[in-house]
Design a protein around this ligand. Sequence first.
Ligand code: FES
Length: 73
Amino acid sequence: MADCTIRVNPNGPYRVTGPATLTDPQGNETVIEEGRGVSLCRCGASTNKPYCDGTHSRIGFAAAEAAVQKSGS
Ligand code: FES
């Protein structure tokens, strides 16, 4: 069985490729079959959360592409 992969798209969504299970706050599960994928909103502006609806392109979303090191650690 393949592993779930999560790809961070530049200035766009997280692309999740199954096998994986997405669980909403009410506990409802959506199964992502092996080899199938969904795009999860990273910009916060989608009207179809948790899924990306392409709004990130229209609003010019610019993401931090790498984690920022904590100072003093
Ligand atoms: S990342 Fe695409 S709408 Fe938010």
